[in-house]
Design a protein around this ligand. Structure first.
Ligand SMILES: Nc1ncnc2c1ncn2[C@@H]1O[C@H](COP(=O)(O)OP(=O)(O)OP(=O)(O)O)[C@@H](O)[C@H]1O
Length: 320
């Protein structure tokens, strides 16, 4: 990304060991003001450990990082003042209402009682939470609680917001609502670093994503760029009966094509197109064996294809 302003977050060689085991290996990362950056990775790949180090909750074993202009080791107090954090699982006191929690957070952030009341009213309105503002948070739905979590993290107007799996467990409508709120925040210049297990979330919400595998960042780029560089297009051929589809599958396997196991439709055969022009060669080979497809579609790669290829293949693929 071409950006002349200083990054909101810069990690250099950030590492964390737990005994013999290294959970995060020398992470280098820059995130720019107003960017939404998503960290993706399989379970145990080091996402939460990275977030815990960047939010000063966990001391790195090596490397450095600056968040909102302050060093996480030398100046953790400034980092905490300038960042908001929403971790997995709600940290709200179940007996307290959103209004009480927001006002309390305001006072903890050294606002006067009047300022805290005003900020609370502003956030309740922004998060459409007035309706349940006085309900004990323990009685709220998962989606409502998440909105209150996010509102509490915003009381101090952070420059950088960390969200660890913000939409896990939410229904699709609540997830979309939260995405809108995150986008609105980033439009005001807040930098967002989030972790997610959801590829559609990363694709639709994040300006850039980083894929972690076994504690290493193996790709970092815009979702579109990753798809264009790493994902393969998928060619699906549909035949008029099962025997033609079976013969096509055998012929393609013999040519060393990468067949997809799941059938897209009855009598359909799908393969990954690994190079430019691969579709033409494949069709010629089928035609010369007397196999003509009734229909043909070529689908662009999905982020899921990219993720599966990067996160689970032994060799990995490196990109910008
Ligand atoms: N306190 C700890 N003590 C020992 N090992 C830990 C500790 N915290 C994390 N680990 C290990 O570090 C590695 C990375 O864990 P981490 O929680 O950062 O992964 P993650 O990508 O966030 O996983 P998930 O998607 O399951 O939340 C794992 O192997 C985990 O077992």
């Amino acid at each position: 990304m071409d950006n002349v302003t200083a990054p909101s977050l810069r990690a250099v060689g950030l590492r964390r060991d737990f005994g013999e085991r290294t959970a995060v290996h020398g992470l280098d990362l820059e995130v720019h003001p107003g960017e939404v950056y998503g960290l993706l990775g399989p379970n145990g790949s080091g996402k939460s450990t990275t977030v815990r180090m960047l939010t000063t909750m966990l001391r790195p074993s090596g490397g450095t990082a600056e968040v909102a202009g302050a060093d996480i080791i030398r100046d953790p107090g400034t980092v905490r003042r300038r960042t908001g954090v929403v971790l997995q699982g709600s940290a709200l006191d179940p007996r307290m209402s959103a209004r009480e929690l927001l006002r309390l957070q305001g006072r903890l952030q050294f606002l006067t009682a009047r300022q805290a009341r005003a900020r609370c009213a502003e956030l309740l309105a922004a998060f459409d939470a007035e309706e349940f503002a006085d309900t004990p948070s323990g009685r709220l739905s998962g989606g409502q609680r998440r909105r209150v979590d996010l509102a509490v993290a915003l009381v101090q107007r952070p420059d950088v917001l960390f969200l660890d799996e913000p939409t896990t467990g939410l229904d699709p409508a609540s997830r979309r609502g939260l995405w809108d709120q995150i986008r609105a925040l980033s439009a005001t210049g807040v930098t967002v670093l989030l972790t997610t297990q959801y590829l559609d979330e990363a694709d639709r919400l994040c300006d850039r994503i980083g894929i972690l595998r076994a504690g290493r960042l193996i790709a970092s780029a815009a979702p579109q760029a990753l798809k264009a560089e790493i994902g393969d297009r998928i060619l699906t051929l549909r035949f008029h009966d099962a025997s033609a589809a079976d013969r096509a599958r055998e012929l393609l396997a013999a040519r060393g094509e990468q067949l997809r196991t799941a059938e897209a439709a009855p009598h359909a055969v799908s393969i990954r197109l690994t190079g430019p022009g691969a579709d033409g060669q494949t069709l010629l080979a089928l035609a010369s064996a007397g196999l003509h497809a009734d229909s043909l579609t070529v689908d662009e790669p999905s982020l899921e294809d990219v993720f599966l290829r990067l996160a689970f293949t032994p060799e990995g693929v490196h990109t910008a």
